[in-house]
Design a protein around this ligand. Sequence first.
Ligand SMILES: [Zn+2]
Length: 147
Amino acid sequence: MNKEGSRFVKTSNIVKVEKSIRLLHRRLTNIRTNHIHQATSAVAKTKPRAVVMETLNVSGMMKNRHLSQAIANQKLNEFIRQMKYKCEKRGATFMQADRWFPSSKCCSGCGQVKTHLKLSDRIYECDCGLKIDRDLNAAINLAQLAV
Ligand SMILES: [Zn+2]
């Protein structure tokens, strides 16, 4: 129906829909950027002595082509960049843990490192009897780096 001679042309309705999709994507980007600013500012405003962040293997995660776009959208490096400069502005020490630091695998109670930890294990259970949320355990390990 949309042919002009032998080639296709965009009807004004198609142009209209394309424009609304573009605007929608712009809105999503703005929401994400705003969220990063809010989250990093909220941390900086607590006037921490130090902030420790993990070094995530972003390019490694991007290799999974089903997830690559979703991960790129999260702007993880932008989060780190903002956290860094907001810490500097408030005189807090900014630290990044080594990429191979076992933040999740290490027990924050006794220091034992678990070799078999699945991403689906949300609760960290150690032989020493500690039972703790996986992310909280990782956060405690990272915080101890600043001491
Ligand atoms: Zn333990």
